[in-house]
Design a protein. Structure first.
Length: 282
């Protein structure tokens, strides 16, 4: 998202989300979610929708998580989905996720591509299935090796094009998580200038395809202090740094100040989106 002055009516929302992966057990997940909800409730400015927080816990936690986040601006996500309803033992149907109140679903994470054999055709099937179920696909993309920004942008563009089978109308309903594979789990995120350059080049390609406003958030060791340094990026997808809910709150404050520069710290701390089974709107 361009951090330049524009009217509240046209300024895109900033997305700030976190996935727990498999780091937390069931009871620890519920405690963490309660504390995350507190961080959100302590920031009434989030009700305006200029900053959209989301949380993606493990599958078994989803029903309880839906109850914990109910009535708050927090959107609930899932870490994966099946490619269809039907006789697929061990998979989770997108339609069931929609019933549980899930709004968005992570698809094509680098770990699943690398370790679980999810190839491009499978990612495309899951993207279509999630979209058809009324969920927002959170499509994870990124280059495997550190290199030039132009090459990275081309690689990411091809991943997006493949995920939607070239149907750019469908692509308009995605949120893209740009996560350079070499930055996932690293001590530091990719350099802000590099991320901004990749996303700028990617947006040029996306504009040619008719989706210039596609939300593109950054993930890969993202943490507090990064978001204000990025240009053209629609938000952050956090990992282990947000397993301390206070850090999630710090990033929310950074996002709120970018979205509403006139807000004071007192207002922030005073206490594009479709909802359950609805598409996130930029």
């Amino acid at each position: 998202m361009q951090h330049t002055p524009n009217s509240p009516a046209t300024r895109p929302s900033i997305l700030v989300g976190v996935s727990t992966k498999m780091y937390l057990g069931y009871r620890d997940s519920l405690d963490w979610l309660e504390r995350l909800r507190h961080e959100v409730d302590a920031r009434p400015a989030l009700a305006a929708g200029r900053v959209v927080p989301f949380v993606i816990p493990s599958f078994p936690v989803l029903p309880a998580a839906a109850r914990i986040v109910a009535g708050s601006p927090l959107l609930l996500g899932a870490q994966n989905c099946g490619w269809a309803d039907g006789p697929w033992t061990g998979e989770v149907a997108p339609s069931m996720l929609a019933e549980l109140g899930v709004s968005l679903v992570e698809i094509g994470h680098a770990e699943r591509r690398r370790h679980l054999g999810e190839d491009a055709p499978m990612v495309a099937l899951k993207t279509r299935a999630a979209d058809d179920a009324g969920l927002t696909p959170l499509l994870c993309v990124g280059e495997t090796e550190r290199g030039e920004a132009g090459a990275a942008a081309d690689h990411v563009y091809r991943q997006i094009e493949s995920a939607v089978d070239g149907e750019w109308d469908r692509a308009a309903r995605l949120v893209v998580a740009y996560e350079p594979v070499w930055a996932i789990g690293a001590a530091e995120p990719a350099a802000a200038a590099y991320v901004s350059d990749v996303v700028r080049r990617l947006r040029g390609r996306l504009a040619e395809a008719g989706v210039p406003g596609l939300p593109v958030i950054y993930g890969g060791s993202a943490k507090p202090g990064l978001l204000p340094m990025l240009e053209g990026v629609s938000g952050l997808f956090l990992g282990r740094f947000a397993h301390d809910p206070v850090n999630f709150g710090r990033v929310l404050d950074e996002a709120l100040l970018l979205a509403e520069p006139g807000l004071s710290e007192g207002v922030l701390m005073a206490g594009a989106v479709r909802g359950p089974a609805g598409h996130v709107q930029p």
